[in-house]
Each structure stands twice: as C-alpha cells, then as structure tokens.
Design a protein around this ligand. Structure first.
Ligand SMILES: Cc1ncc(COP(=O)(O)O)c(C=O)c1O
Length: 407
C-alpha cells in the first residue's frame, strides 16, 4: 500500500471530472476595486477586473472600515491573544456583538471566526441543548449547515429545496412532543433565489419548531438597515437564530449568530467551535463593527448594488445567455458542463482580463456548472461594457468549441 498512490488517485479523479480547483493569485488594489493584478503561475502579471468577489458593496476598501482597523491595530496590537474565555474577549468584540444584536433586533449576538464555523458549531451543538432535537434542513443548504447537522449526532430530515409542502409532510410524520428546528437560507448563493421565510415560520409556529436562517448572502444588502431579507420582510422577530457573515457585504471577516440572550449563552457555553479557538483579531472586529454601523445608514450603496445587478442581468439576457434570475443580486450564467465552464473562465481571464471563477460540483449539482457574476457599486459602466462584450464574443466562440468537444 502506498500513501502517495492514494493521493495521486484522489487528485487525478478531480482532474478527470474537470473539477480540480486552481487558485487564481490576485492582489486587489485598495481604492481601485474591482481592479486587481493577477500573477500567473509563471510569475508574469496581468491586470484583471474581479467579477466574482463576495465583497458585494466594496466595503473592503471603505475608508470607515480601514480607519477603524488601523486605529484598533495601533491601539491594541495584532492578535486577540486568546480564546474568548481566556483573555481573547476585548471591547472590540463586545461592541461588534452589540451592533449585530441591534442590527437584527435580537437580545444578543455571538461572534465566530467565520459564518462557516458559526453554522457548523451552532447546528452541531444544538442537540446538546435540546436533547432529541430533529433538524429539518433545506436540500440546498450551504455546506457549513450540512456539516453541522451531519456531525451533531441527532436526527435530521432533508426537505426538497424551498418545498414547504414537503417540509410539512416531514413535520407531520414526527412525534409532536419532540424538539424541532428548521434550518434554511434567505438567499441561496448559487441560484440567487429566496427562501419562503414567512411560510416556514408559519409551519414552525404550527409544529412548535425553532427557526434557524442563514442570511450570509443578504446581511448588509437587504433591509433598511442591512438586517437582511428577514428585516426587509419584517420577519426577523419570527426567527430564533439568524446567522450572518462579516466577510461578504461587510467586507471584512468573521461570522455570527444573533438570537436571544439565553440561546447565545447556551451556544457560547457548549459549542467547541466557539470555545476552543482564538477569537477574531481586534482590528477585524473593529473594522466589521464600523462596516455594520455604516451600512445601517447607507441605503444609497444598497440601491446602487441592486441597480448594478439589474443592469447586468438585463444586458446578459439581451445577449440571449441562459441566465438564472430570481430577482436577487446574484447573476449566475448556466454553462452545464465543468470542462466548458473552466474553459470559459480561463478565456475570460487570459484573453479579456475578467476574473470569474467557474462554479462546479460539489458547490453546485453536476450538470448545473455555471459562471457566477457578482456586480457591485464599484463596477462602473466601463467594466460592465467590457464584461458584456467579452461574454458576447466568448459565448459564440465557446459554442463552436462545445460543438468540437461533443463531436
Ligand atoms: C450560504 C453560506 N453560508 C455560510 C457561508 C460561510 O461564510 P464565511 O465565508 O463567513 O465562512 C457561505 C460562504 O460562502 C455561504 O455561502
């Protein structure tokens, strides 16, 4: 038996399936987003425009965020120096948690090093707090929720994506006296469709279930203060646990849950993913708090974001491209084959200086591979024109190549 052979076989499998991932090495230019410099594997450089970042609003270069981060760094140094329970709780963490609790109208919030960890740690811990808990999980939930539910050792039921009738069937089939939790998302990041939040809350009321929503692709961007789709639709009060990230619209890093004081206290006390890891750096917490605070008021930025998404969708549809449009800010163009998807992404990068990462299995189901564009207020008309022209040229070119490939 050879470990090397096993590694080679595992990697080769990914190559064979056209889903081996390669890093695209970019340096974003502060003050000049979405422009960046790509360093090719041979060390040569090429200027590119980033069209697949999740820094949806460009907050990663916003002066209020950078100033807050610099000030914290200068005041207290680099790392937090410990876990939250052992010397790693600072005033910056506390301020950020209270900004987040306020954002969602909840009593408390709890920070994690990412939203992935927040989902995984919380969902894997809840059965310790609610013995016998059954988690009802949307089939298209993010990998971090799937992992949390899978690892928790409790019972799980997977309902068909956004199918409240199926969810009802599953709830009806279980013992009414058993604790239950429904876990789902507000904006599904790969198709950009919305979860049926009100209907799920109705079912939760009827079956006495808790509700858990991932608002990672909505916080900062939806709702009059950036509290996500639950804020926009006046539903935050009906959700028991709201999960969000500080790494996308807020432009920094970190994740959280917002919930009741008691719920946060219990998760804080039982979740290994919260307890046994160093807390966020104070500068990260300071930057994130500044960003959350700023976006509670900057509706113009949210509006500009939605406008950009609408313009791009209209223009790509005008080219006749197979666009998935559910009315959110996410713009996925369906390619449907991992090799073609990668080829298009490579050509966009090399020939047109446009960086959009191919999205392949397991991030999306096989056969639904896509290019997922993330327009933002920092993409101007010049960048938009360049993208639309490149897609126009490339789609025609690739149609030929696809015919060659399938011949
Ligand atoms: C739906 C969803 N939840 C959670 C996460 C994890 O967020 P973070 O990057 O903060 O770990 C992601 C990341 O892309 C996501 O798409």
């Amino acid at each position: 038996m050879s470990y090397e052979t096993d590694i080679d076989a595992a990697i080769q499998k990914l190559h064979d399936e056209g889903r081996y991932r390669t890093f695209i090495d970019i340096a974003r230019e502060r003050g000049n987003f979405p422009h960046a410099t790509w360093t090719r594997p041979d060390g040569t450089e090429r200027p590119v425009t980033v069209w697949c970042g999740n820094d949806y609003l460009g907050m990663g270069q916003h002066p209020v965020v950078l100033e807050a981060m610099h000030a914290a760094l200068d005041a207290v140094g680099a790392g937090s120096g410990g876990t939250r329970n052992i010397s790693g709780t600072t005033v910056y963490h506390k301020v950020l948690e209270s900004e987040l609790a306020d954002l969602h109208g909840k009593e408390a919030a709890l920070l994690f090093t990412s939203a992935y960890i927040a989902n995984d740690a919380t969902l894997s811990t809840l059965p310790k707090i609610f013995p016998g808990l059954i988690i009802y999980s949307d089939a298209l939930n993010h990998a971090s929720m799937i992992e949390g539910v899978r690892r928790n050792g409790g019972a799980k039921r997977v309902f068909r994506h956004n199918d409240v009738a199926h969810l009802r069937e599953l709830l009806e089939a279980d013992d009414p006296s058993v604790p239950k939790l429904i876990a789902f998302e507000s904006v599904y990041s790969m198709d950009g469709d919305f979860g049926p939040i009100a209907e799920i809350c109705d079912l939760a009321d009827e079956f006495n279930a808790l509700t858990y929503i991932d608002e990672v692709h909505a916080v900062g961007m939806y709702g009059p203060r950036g509290g996500g789709v639950t804020e926009r639709d006046g539903l935050a009060g009906r959700i028991d646990i709201i999960n969000g990230t500080l790494a996308k619209a807020y432009g920094v890093m970190g994740g959280y849950i917002a919930a009741s004081e008691k719920m946060c206290d219990a998760v804080r006390s039982y979740a290994p993913g919260f307890i046994f890891t160093t807390s966020l750096t104070p500068s990260t917490a300071a930057g994130a708090a500044a960003s959350v605070r700023h976006l509670k008021h900057d509706q113009a930025l949210r509006d500009a974001h939605q406008t950009q998404a609408r313009i791009l969708k209209t223009r790509l549809k005008g080219l006749g491209l197979p666009l998935i449009d559910h009315g959110s800010h996410i713009v996925p163009v369906h390619v449907g084959n991992p090799v073609h998807c990668k080829m298009m992404s490579d050509m966009l990068l090399e020939d047109h200086g446009i960086y959009v990462q191919p999205i392949n299995f397991p991030t999306v189901p096989r056969g639904t591979e896509r290019l997922r564009f993330t327009p933002s207020p920092v993409h101007g008309p010049r960048e938009m024109d360049a993208l639309v022209n490149a897609m126009d040229t490339l789609w025609a070119q690739c149609a030929l190549n696809r015919a060659d490939l399938s011949a």
